[in-house]
Design a protein around this ligand. Structure first.
Ligand code: ATP
Ligand code: MG
Length: 359
């Protein structure tokens, strides 16, 4: 009786001691937001994926929250950029600097043991990009790096029973991309990634104001409008808000009152694209798994799942029940954390990088 208990106590103490020296972490490297989960501590960092650099160089001036505050307001010699906008790594060097900054920020105290890191990546990225992410994390101090596809991480994060032979569909609407996947038995049966996400919704609002009122607004204002009065489905009580921008004809500041109906109209096109891809994915889902979806429906994650009425719209158009994950923005990073905690997941659900392209 005593021996197994002793063994258990030893094991716990050993893990505890290793934990004192290492900060194993899970990272959701999103196009809009980067989140970091530290084993034993939970989600410790959630900052915009923005880097401010000195113009024409790769000298980093600020990262994350501090850099986002500079977006659109930078003096001539500093530019604030989003190195992963549109769901791809547009700038490797700056993405690496950002990743390094965030890893260092959470790894500050425990420098003795290099961390093991699980990073969630968009399912659409290329082998070269995967390699770049892995190398960057290694250069930033990781002793071991595992990559996991975002929809898989999101499914684990929201608690879907991915180990069972049962189809589950997840839709993750992020900033740069929308990822759809059907998952069964720890594998992605079908996945599709499109480069339409929250950014595209913001763009549509900018275009609408330009076309309808001749008013120019910035990206941050557009996002604020979307979050405050945006919707995908008629609201019980429609809303409105005053929007300030620049009159394109006079060049002077101008304010207009925008209604939630107008914003919904502006969002039609990108929302249609998301619906379209959902329907295509359903058509391509093997029949047995499609039958499971009728029962279990679709789970939505990512910041875009917070758009009012998006669940109603998708449910109405597909005829399936749609649930929004609790805390959809942290679903992916919580999934990476779960993978760190449950060693059995590590090899089952992470992806490898195919060897170099043959010449
Ligand atoms: N309440 C809200 N209503 C509508 N959209 C929202 C809301 N809150 C956040 N968003 C949008 O969610 C998007 C960011 O979501 P998320 O953090 O999941 O993206 P990401 O993971 O960084 O991107 P990706 O998965 O494409 O790499 C942004 O476009 C943001 O404007
Ligand atoms: Mg994401």
């Amino acid at each position: 009786m005593i021996r197994p208990r002793l063994k258990e106590i030893f094991k716990k103490s050993f893990n505890y001691i290793i934990g004192l020296f290492s900060n194993d972490m899970g990272i959701d490297l999103g196009t809009a937001t980067t989140l970091v989960y530290v084993k034993g501590e939970g989600v410790v960092l959630c900052e915009p994926s923005v880097v401010a650099i000195k113009r024409g160089t790769s000298i980093v001036r600020a990262v994350g929250d501090e850099a986002k505050r500079m977006l659109g307001r930078t003096p001539g010699n500093i530019v604030a950029i989003r190195p992963m906008k549109d769901g791809v790594i547009a700038d490797f060097e700056i993405t690496e600097a950002m990743l390094r900054h965030f890893i260092k920020k959470v790894h500050h105290r425990k420098v003795l043991v290099r961390p093991r890191i699980v990073i969630a990546i968009p399912s659409g990225i290329t082998e070269v990009e995967k390699r770049a992410v892995k190398d960057s994390a290694e250069r930033a101090g990781a002793r071991e790096v595992k990559l996991i596809e975002e929809p898989m991480a999101a499914s684990i994060g929201v608690g879907l029973p991915i180990n069972e032979p049962m189809g589950n569909m997840i839709i993750d609407i992020g900033g740069g991309t929308t990822e759809l996947a059907v998952i069964s038995l720890s594998g992605v049966v079908f996945s599709k990634s499109i480069r339409i996400g929250g950014d595209e919704l913001d763009e549509a609002i900018i275009e609408y104001l330009k076309k309808t009122y001749n008013v120019m607004i910035g990206e941050r204002t557009a996002e604020e409008i979307k979050i405050r009065i945006g919707s995908a489905y008629p609201l019980e009580e429609e809303m409105n808000m005053e929007v300030k921008g620049r009159d394109l004809i006079t060049g002077l500041p101008k304010a207009v009152i925008l209604t939630s109906e107008e914003v919904r109209e502006a969002l039609q096109e990108p929302l249609r694209a998301i619906l379209e891809i959902t329907k295509i994915s359903l058509e391509r889902t093997p029949p047995e798994l499609a039958a499971d979806l009728i029962e279990h429906g679709i789970v939505m994650a990512g910041g875009g799942a917070l758009l009012r009425g998006i669940d109603k719209l998708i449910s109405e158009e597909t005829g399936l029940p749609v649930h929004i994950a609790d805390d959809p923005i942290t679903a992916v990073v919580r999934g990476t954390g779960e993978v760190l905690d449950q060693v059995r997941y590590l090899d089952d659900v992470t992806v490898s990088i195919k060897s170099e392209i043959q010449t």
